[in-house]
Design a protein around this ligand. Structure first.
Ligand code: APR
Ligand code: PHB
Length: 394
């Protein structure tokens, strides 16, 4: 027997995108259901980036989930670029009329969204398996899933595909409708989380002859560091000691001398990839977040790109349900993609400027060097970097 659930919006995926939209819609009285294939503990065990742009932080507050972020997150008004041993500060606030970013781990943010959903009695279904989309291009779309031995059918007005890069929703759009754009970079990031005092109060992005590195943090007692590694490397190739040694070599001597090391509590390698799927709407199915686009982490745009999708969808849904105006939903794909591509450009630019490319032709190598030296010598170029890093307007 199949159990039937009726709702307005059926959301696939309980990551930040799906949970945020669910919470915002619920606050406006728009009934919705979230289907997440993993357990809550599993979702909360994933370590991801930790820089939130101003607009995302605002959305967290609007979702009534911003209290802990505001109490425990750190406001960062700048960061450093280390160009082969020479440190330069990027003054985000100075170049953007006082704008900044919030350093707050995505894991914590997801926990806050889960807590908020639970407090409101939100319908978040975990371990929803074999989720399938039916009639996305019809007036009666539906989702089916299995939980244990039982099967369920969710009948809704709209389906939101917020199920990440490997989810089912993008794949259910016909091949002749969807166009995918992809760029794969010839390296990955080896990341380490450690219970140590961060080496610097502000992030340090380093371009060195040995490759890229990033010093980031989650709090004053929790550090997050990354180094560029070849795609052929695996985590087993990197002892903690080897990691710390290599990180030190990619920092200015005085910074390296102050680096506190310790056992890694998480260590992983992530490949770097840029990806966009167009359009982001097919019939009554809307893609959001990583389901539609991913960026390399260099510009800290991943979660922030998802935020604008959620913003546009949320406002489109409010206008549809509360004012009978569907224009926001009609224009969703075009509006979302316009901002998505700007985040793609910025992430590609930061990635290209700061990494070592194996087999780079000499000419490209020279261009890469001049790109960075121009940036570091030009107020206008710095302002452009700052404007993109704090987040373009929604
Ligand atoms: N059925 C149900 N849930 C699914 C399915 C499926 N078939 N496939 C994936 N999911 C779930 C995943 O388990 C995950 O919890 O969808 C969720 C997608 O979450 P994310 O991958 O975090 O994507 P998103 O919410 O768009 O977040 C975007 O957060 O994850 C980062 O790098 C990402 O920074 C970016 C931002
Ligand atoms: C992180 O803290 O994990 C982080 C910060 C900035 C980035 C990427 C990752 O650009």
């Amino acid at each position: 027997m199949t159990n039937t659930i009726k709702t307005k919006v059926g959301i696939i995926g309980g990551g930040p995108s799906g949970l945020m939209l669910s919470q915002l819609l619920d606050l406006k009285g728009i009934d919705n259901v979230v289907l997440e294939k993993h357990t809550r503990d599993y979702v909360l065990s994933r370590i991801r980036a930790g820089v939130l742009e101003h607009g995302f932080a605002e959305l967290m507050r609007e979702a009534q989930c911003g209290a802990r972020m505001d109490a425990e997150g750190e406001i960062h008004e700048g960061f450093f670029i280390n160009d082969n041993g020479k440190m330069h500060r990027v003054d985000l606030a100075g170049h953007t009329g006082g704008n900044s970013v919030v350093v707050y781990g995505q894991t914590e943010l997801t926990r806050d969204l889960y807590d908020a959903r639970e407090k409101m009695g939100g319908n978040v279904i975990h371990e929803a398996l074999d989720v399938a989309i039916h009639g996305a291009d019809s007036d009666s779309p539906a989702l089916t899933y299995r939980q244990g031995d039982e099967t369920f059918r969710v009948e809704c007005d709209f389906i939101i595909g917020a199920d990440g890069f490997h989810g089912v929703s993008r794949k259910s759009i016909p091949r002749d409708v969807l166009k995918e754009y992809e760029k794969i970079y010839p390296f990955g990031w080896l990341g380490v989380l450690s219970r140590t005092k961060p080496v610097s109060p502000e992030l340090i992005y380093s371009r060195t002859e040995r490759g890229f590195s990033l010093c980031s943090l989650r709090s004053q007692v929790l550090s997050r560091y990354y180094i560029q590694v070849p795609l052929t490397d695996s985590v087993e190739d990197w002892s903690d000691e080897a990691f710390w040694d290599e990180l030190k070599r990619r920092l200015p001597d005085d910074v390296a001398a102050g680096l506190e090391t310790g056992p890694s509590i998480e260590k992983s390698i992530a490949p770097l990839r840029s990806f966009v799927a167009e359009p982001m709407r097919w019939g009554n199915l809307f893609l959001a977040g990583d389901a539609a686009h991913i960026v390399p982490p260099t510009g800290a745009r991943g979660l922030n790109s998802a935020a604008s999708d959620i913003y546009y969808l949320y406002h489109g849904m409010i206008a549809h349900y509360l004012d009978g105006d569907s224009s926001g939903l009609e224009t969703y794909s075009a509006k979302a993609l316009a901002r998505v591509w700007k985040a793609q450009r910025f992430s590609w630019w930061m990635t290209t400027m700061l990494h070592n490319f194996p087999n780079h032709p000499d000419y490209d190598q020279k261009l890469q060097e001049v790109e960075l030296s121009y940036l570091l010598s030009s107020d206008a170029a710095m302002a452009s970097l700052a404007e993109n890093y704090v987040g373009l307007p929604f």
